[in-house]
Design a protein. Sequence first.
Length: 253
Amino acid sequence: MSRKPIIAANWKMNIGPAEGAQFIESFKTILKGKDVACDTVIVPPFTTIPSVLNALGGCGCIAIGAQNVSQYDNGAYTGEISTSMLQELGLKYVVLGHSERRQYFGETDAIINAKIKKAIAAGITPIFCIGETKDERLGGILEPVLEIQLKGGLKDLTPEEVANLVIAYEPVWAIGTGLTATSKEAQEAHAFIRKVVADVFGADTAAKVRIQYGGSVKPENVEELMAQPDIDGALVGGASLKPESFAALVTAA
Ligand code: PEP
């Protein structure tokens, strides 16, 4: 089963509207005439999204996503953004379950599950993040931790819905630290995730679902990671903030 690679830039709380537009101009220039074999996604802060879309000027070569969405439809939820608001901008992806949302904003598996369902209902593809802390890995509970997050986030979804979303395996200890899981460690975790998906949703779904690796991915390590059979792309923070390095990742994939 061949799965199209997917490389996504998570800008987090970086890059305002003016810088976002400049980024897109430079990124398009760098990639002009180059072969890009992967799906490319950029996930800016909410307020940067309109200027990035404007700079893209209808170029469908890059899909834009959001970093979060509410589990509620509309109404008195100060500070929240709904799926219909993302839909109105034509966004294709939303990152959900990122460890920073779990850690700093108290997002539980149940909340993430509710958000995933809302996104799917709106036709927006979730990039669903899971991953263990250093203590959990050292404590020998990597697999149970991943299994609980996976089953909690994907609860009550159909096999087809799971096949069409993107899972991002992001070991928390590797995010923004410069530490990367070795390609062997990453492959083992990805194979385990695919096995859990197969057990719950069937082998066909497991063969179709794309699983990205995230955690200090950079141009120097992306090829080795992507060469692993169960790694279908990367979710990138730090190395996605400069057009040159994000373009190098996209062309390497
Ligand atoms: C991330 O934010 O999802 C991430 C993987 O960040 P970094 O690439 O900086 O580790």
